[in-house]
Design a protein around this ligand. Sequence first.
Ligand code: F6P
Length: 551
Amino acid sequence: MSVRSLIDRPRLDQLPEWKALARHRKSMAKTSIADLFAADPRRGSKYSTEALGIHFDWSKHLVSNETMKLLFALAKASGVEGHRKAMFKGEKINITEDRAVLHTALRAPADAVIKVDGENVVPAVHDVLRRMGTFSNQIRSGKWKGHSGKAIKNIVNIGIGGSDLGPAMAYDALRKYSSRDLTIRFVSNVDANDFYEKTLDLDPTETLFIVCSKTFTTLETMTNAHTARKWILKAFDGDAAASAKHFVAVSTNADEVAKFGIDTKNMFGFWDWVGGRYSMDSAVGLSTMVALGPKGFRELLDGFHDMDEHFRSTPMTRNLPVIQALIGLWYADFWDAGTVAILPYDQYLDRFSAYLQQLEMESNGKHTRLNGKHVKWGTCPAIWGQPGTNGQHAFYQMIHQGTRLVPADFIVFADPVNKIGDHHDKLVANVFAQTEALAFGKSVAEIEAEGVPAWLAPHKEMEGNRPTSTFLCDKLTPRMLGRLIAQYEHKVFVQGSIWQINSFDQWGVELGKKMAQAMIPELKSKDRPKLAHDSSTNTLIRKYRDLRGRK
Ligand code: F6P
């Protein structure tokens, strides 16, 4: 499929397949999940898909055979398969930035051939991986010495957004497979409290900063990087030579790296065809590689690649990310669901939903079609969540008995990473119980039959009919984490493709960034600034200056 034909697609809501889904939605209005189960005793096994150690149970959704048939037809009519081919081939499908979208090349095997502008990018990918491997081994073995000759014990990644969330999430997720001799921290916020707390107990002579930024111009990252340099230099009485042993950079922008004062031989590069939120498997994953070692990092990449191959070559009706995407789109567009909850039942996945927030919302939170016109349909819902079981004692009340539909992804692993007593059986029981309760609920009659007085029974009523996906995965390993992340990446791709938006730019973040830059002098200046904002913003600026004792 040519990029031009992607842009020129007819309006989504005018496709006969879309209209058929809208009609079908009406016919489903009175069907409940319980009805669907009653009509088909084998639904639980039939409406599930198995691949790569992931058992995806999608039976507890408001979908029938007909729904799925229509959704697959919509994906076909939307040209998802051609779009997918164009992405894997390195065509410039990120049209607003004129870039290819090739995060899949980051995890391709060394003998793969993937071309951008006629050049095979795979050798360069593996070259960077080798350099990352050498560096990681030097840190892990204590061979890399700080300026005072001491080995490095602390790694601090400075980055934000895609240059932070992926590595920070992966470090937590794979703690069990990580070196325990190293302390690895992540500083992202421009709020000084972040830098202060993350470095408070660290010895600068044993600390190395990875300054991680695709552009190397991001306000937060550069502010933190300058503060880090001062912190290091202070420990070495201002000896500028110290920074060579205490800073490395990850970026696509060698000029800015050099300008900052990091020797580009200590820079690990990546390319403009890797989006920030798709970059944790590029050099942006340097802290992950330091933690896991090169072999563990390769396993992570192999997991991504497994899912790439599954997505690329499995028929749509058995394709995990495609099915997940279509069911999500069904709720977002035809049931008006404004959110999706991500509920991993694994404490190591504490940061997983925060990671997916950027992946999904920065990719598909858009209202402009590839052809420049405004969409006439809903796009990305809000993504949120917390690990279970904690969330059960906080916000699940609303999912069970609230007035809004919240489709949820439950993610759990069969084989526990830490086997202690019967914790894991209790954990898994909670997953299965929650999804059963959400789907089937409990009626007032059932509650009264248990002796609950009639006035109280309605308060205890559980309407059920709350849709969930369950991903029962083998075990949380580097490879499995790679598979899961790639699954969500491709889910986002499929949805963005059908919505006819560009999932790979992020213009929506620009205006606020520029306005903040312009406002900094208005807050800092010694003299009273002339303000020309709206009256609310002017008042806030004046109030802040006043509170800080400025004119
Ligand atoms: O502000 C959004 C964003 O551009 C993200 O897309 C990106 O991941 C993040 O900022 C950080 O950007 P960089 O890696 O260039 O510092």
